[in-house]
Design a protein around this ligand. Sequence first.
Ligand code: GRF
Length: 192
Amino acid sequence: MRIVVLVSGTGSNLQAVIDAVASGGLDVEIAAVGADRAGTGGVARSAAAGLETFEVPFRDYTDRAEWNHALTQKCLSYAPDYVVSSGFMRIVGEEFIAAFDGTYINTHPALLPAFPGAHGVRDALAYGVKVTGCTVHIADTGVDTGPILAQRAVEVLDDDSEESLHERIKVAERALLIETLAHLAAGQRARS
Ligand code: GRF
């Protein structure tokens, strides 16, 4: 199973996937890692691991549709079975979703459909929930919407800050992402 991973940030979840592949614990091929801006930690980690990388910086395009077209074409050029949004903080458009219909996977640091959006951890904490978690789902053109593949609960502690809670969620999120990719890869092998 070939995957392209999209990142916007530090890429610590991506690193867990890279490590799982390197140790033989996850049988997928990371065809490339792409980012929506220059200079992400995610691309730096990937280059250090010897992976193919690309950047399609949002700010280089005059409008969202043009950027979306460029991102779609770039991802298609790697012929991936799945595209994984791992902390990719941009909503993709219709053209992208049409190209990767049912094969665009997103991870989110909350139990969807609760607390979608860029501040899922902060919003859960502010609401005062006692349990939150993470979700891996098939993404569509909405904000963290689409069929749920897997979820894991994480307890909120009385003295949690957004940072401490997010760190614990990320531990669960990394394991959940790797398990979900392993499951999808097994399905892919069974079909071929
Ligand atoms: C993850 O919690 C992801 O779900 C969220 O941002 C975090 C990405 O962290 N949208 P990293 O870049 O993998 O360290």
